[in-house]
Write a protein that binds this ligand. Structure first.
Ligand SMILES: [Zn+2]
Length: 146
């Protein structure tokens, strides 16, 4: 959370080739080719410990476990990102527009946000698990990737 407010000055820009060399293929495809993982495929669906979910590409903290909930979709779901952690844009890949969101620091694609989430926000941030890493509260957050 401490990192997110500084992210305008901390944008991380790498080419797709650089990211492809750094990341496991499945994570690269979701983060930088806007692929979607199969529902139910992520171990993070079951992750219920206290902690933070950080971007798997640049390690910016994106979600607090306090905002995670079981949506029944098969994707890790949150009702709120950390402040300034994600940016959104509208995609028209299927017939109706959907709002996709990206890590505010590296631009990595995380998932889509819908308006059928629980209170207090009513939002459902439907995230690809492979685009996140869980860091338990007791552990140090990783240094941001440079
Ligand atoms: Zn990132």
């Amino acid at each position: 959370m401490a990192f997110a407010k500084e992210n305008d000055a901390m944008q991380l820009v790498k080419s797709k080739a650089e990211w492809a060399a750094l990341l496991p293929p499945a994570a690269y495809r979701v983060l930088f080719e806007e692929d979607t993982e199969h529902p139910g495929s992520s171990l993070l669906n079951e992750e219920k410990r206290d902690g933070n979910f950080v971007c798997a590409a640049c390690f910016l903290p994106l979600f607090d476990s306090k905002a995670k909930y079981e949506s029944g979709t098969g994707w890790p779901s949150f009702w709120q990102p950390l402040p300034n952690a994600v940016t959104t844009k509208t995609d028209f890949k299927i017939l109706y527009p959907r709002t996709e969101y990206h890590c505010a620091r590296c631009g990595g694609h995380q998932g889509h946000v819908f308006n059928d989430g629980p209170k207090p926000t009513g939002k459902r941030y439907c995230n690809n698990g492979v685009a996140l890493q869980f860091v338990a509260r007791a552990n140090r957050l990783p240094e941001l990737r440079t």
